[in-house]
Each structure stands twice: as C-alpha cells, then as structure tokens.
Design a protein around this ligand. Structure first.
Ligand code: IMP
Ligand code: MG
Length: 173
C-alpha cells in the first residue's frame, strides 16, 4: 500500500451508506423504485446501498465505455443497456464517482428517453476538480476535492476494486 493513502475507511463508508438508505426510504414510500447501477465501478456501492434500503425495489445495471487515452475523455458509447421496463418508474441512478460529469450527463439524457416517472442520482463520491457538466447529485455520499481514488469498486487500470476502503493514489496516473 506504499503508493496509496487511506481516504475513506470501510466503516466511514458503511455509516454513510446506511444514512443514504434511510433517506431513500423516506423519499420513495412504496413506489416503483428501479435502481440502476453504473458498471463496473458502482457494483459494490450498489450492492451495499440496496441492502440499506427497505422499500420495494428492482435492480438493473448499465455500462458505458469511454474511448479516450489515459485521463483525456473520449467518446462515450453504451455497451450494456438495462433490461427492465422503465416507463412510469422512479429511477435511481447509482454511480461510484462523478468526475467531469460527462458519464452521468450522457446517462440521464439516454435514460430520460425511456420516459421514467422520475430520475434521481446517487453518487458515492462527488469529485469537483474536473467538473465540466452541471450535475445535480440528489444523494451525494462524500465530496472529495481532488486525487485519483481506488477501492470499493473504483479501479486503476482494472486493479484495486476489491479493497474494502477507498484510497488516494500518491502518484496520480
Ligand atoms: P466522468 O464521466 O468524468 O464524471 O467520470 C466518471 C467515471 O470515471 C467514473 O464512473 C469512474 O469510472 C471514472 N473515474 C473518475 N475518477 C475516478 C477516480 O478517481 N478513480 C477511479 N475511477 C474514476
Ligand atoms: Mg464508472
């Protein structure tokens, strides 16, 4: 772990996930909630979040690929759509981290065409330094000003997703 330092411990994350679950319970009393996790980064957060929610819900996943090099953003393309009927449902998009905001802006526009009753966003981390698109995060987990983070689903070149806490890389890629 010499190249990274702890940013959010598993206990800190677990407490925040419990609080977010309670908020979601209050806001969706007995509705038709459809939780859509953004693969791959949000797979762990989605799994923990839905278990912190008590109201009835369904879970589906969506995946985008970005064709860029390194950290420079490229074209976004859908590689896996959701398979659940969306029309008239309350849709909650669950993302790991919002950086430039391009991914969520793309997804909200794409999913809105399926005519859900509502779309809200839950993002574990709101990372502000590189934001390009204005995104309203209805359920923000944590705000992190800067740095490249790994763990709890977040990866660097496919690695470190399985770490239970979130770490900041000391030498940013
Ligand atoms: P955006 O489209 O720039 O908001 O980027 C969103 C995606 O970039 C996230 O879903 C992550 O997959 C990835 N990403 C952005 N920042 C980080 C980070 O610090 N660590 C790991 N992945 C990141
Ligand atoms: Mg992602």
């Amino acid at each position: 772990m010499g190249n990274k330092e702890i940013c959010l411990s598993r206990e800190t994350i677990a407490q925040r996930v419990r609080d977010l679950g309670e908020e979601i319970d209050r806001d969706y009393p007995g509705g038709s909630l459809l939780v859509v996790g953004v693969l791959t980064g949000a797979f762990i957060f989605t799994a923990d979040l839905v278990r912190a929610v008590s109201v009835p819900l369904e879970v589906d996943f969506i995946r985008l690929a970005s064709y860029g090099t390194g950290t420079s953003p490229g074209e976004l393309r859908l590689t896996k759509d959701i398979e659940t009927e969306v029309r008239g449902r309350d849709l909650l998009l669950v993302e790991d981290i919002v950086d430039t905001g391009r991914t969520l802006a793309w997804l909200v526009e794409f999913l809105a065409k399926k005519e859900p009753k509502s779309i809200k966003i839950c993002a574990l981390i709101d990372k502000r330094e590189r934001r390009e698109k204005e995104i309203r995060i209805d359920y923000p987990g944590f705000t992190v000003e800067q740095g490249f983070l790994v763990g709890y689903g977040l990866d660097y070149a496919g690695r470190d997703r399985h770490l239970p806490g979130i770490y900041r890389m000391k030498s940013t890629p």
